[in-house]
Design a binder for this molecule. Structure first.
Ligand SMILES: Nc1ncnc2c1ncn2[C@@H]1O[C@H](COP(=O)(O)OP(=O)(O)OP(=O)(O)O)[C@@H](O)[C@H]1O
Length: 324
């Protein structure tokens, strides 16, 4: 395995107000005995609510934070102790920050990185050419980074993270703030480098389309504990999320009554019905079209967002048997 985490924990000391003048010292358990292993070539999505411990995990894996307890190995190295050696084996992109130099043209930033990582000239030229083509960097290679759009800057950051051919890429919210087209470009790029170079990718995201598009495997973290580790398909099945029937009536009407289904939303002549798992959508559609004047009707499968919401409602602890 290329990433191994066993019982890793990270606590932060914090001071909490307790009364008007008193402050008490406490430990916040940001990551609480988390274990997982990732094989070379996997793309794994790491998701969870705000403050769940995603960034803290990534920071332990990249050597920025030292674990309070447990065992962490990345590419055979101890990240916190062997941070410089690890830097040659990993690429890191934090969507909220850039590793590029604001005042320099993108091309010069990349060239500085070449020297920092001691990438030989031929390899650098080949990689720069490849990424320029894949990410369409040509039009803005000579533009100072501060003038780049967010999407252009992200493409620059991805290039910067991969110029030294690292076998592992860590991404923290790589599509945050990007428009639809840039998101698609980033996802397509990640898919290709994984397929063509076998790059192992661990990505945290709040954008569930990233997960749908890129990851077969997901890990869900909640309050510092790993709540699920497994197939995306299995996660979907476990959540037993209702499908949705979207009904367009000829005119606005009070909520429909239909056997087994309940109206979850009404907007003018359009109504949304939750179809319980296991019940027949065909029978429901037949019943509704027989009794109401229906202009259009569509059955929508749950998307990953529905699944995650449902899981939070069920309580994430219902998933814990998926975790080793
Ligand atoms: N340096 C720190 N000092 C004190 N508490 C911290 C520190 N860093 C993180 N925490 C706390 O640890 C918990 C986990 O934070 P973390 O940033 O890992 O969550 P996250 O899952 O990445 O959240 P988000 O999705 O909001 O980025 C939170 O309660 C956070 O407040």
């Amino acid at each position: 395995m290329i990433i191994e985490v066993r019982d890793a924990a990270k606590s932060f000391p914090v001071r909490r107000r307790a009364g008007r003048f008193r402050r008490v010292r406490e430990q916040v358990r940001a990551v609480d005995r988390v274990s997982f292993a990732i094989q070379p070539g996997e793309i794994v999505g790491y998701i969870g609510p705000n403050g769940a411990g995603k960034s803290t995990t990534i920071k332990m894996l990249t050597g920025i934070l030292t674990p309070s307890a447990g065992h962490v190995r990345v590419a055979g190295l101890d990240p916190a102790r062997q941070r410089m050696r690890l830097a040659r084996r990993i690429g890191v992109v934090f969507g909220q920050r850039t590793t590029l130099w604001w005042d320099l043209p993108l091309r010069d930033s990349l060239s500085l990185l070449r020297h920092m990582y001691r990438i030989d000239r031929d390899r650098y030229a080949a990689n720069l050419a490849a990424f320029t083509e894949l990410l369409d960097l040509g039009p803005f290679l000579d533009t100072p980074v501060r003038q780049l759009s967010l999407g252009q800057r992200m493409r620059g950051d991805l290039t910067a993270a991969l110029l030294h051919d690292p076998p592992i890429l860590f991404l923290d919210e790589p599509t945050i703030g990007l428009d639809v087209v840039s998101k698609a470009a980033v996802r397509g790029f990640l898919e290709r480098i994984n397929a063509e170079r076998g790059t192992t990718i661990l990505l945290t995201t709040h954008d569930l389309d990233d997960i749908e598009r890129l990851c077969r495997r997901v890990m869900v973290i909640d309050q510092g504990r790993l709540a699920y580790d497994g197939d995306l398909a299995e996660l979907r099945a476990r959540a037993a999320t209702p499908r949705t029937l979207v009904v367009d009536l000829a005119r606005p009407a009070p909520p429909l009554t239909a056997d087994g289904a309940s109206v979850t939303r009404v907007d003018g002549p359009r109504q949304w019905l939750a179809v319980p798992p296991g019940s027949s959508a065909a029978a429901l559609i037949a019943d509704i079209t027989a009794r109401y004047e229906v202009v259009d009707i569509a059955l929508r499968e749950p998307d990953i967002e529905d699944v995650i919401h449902q899981l939070y409602r069920q309580g994430l602890s219902t998933l814990e048997d998926s975790v080793p």
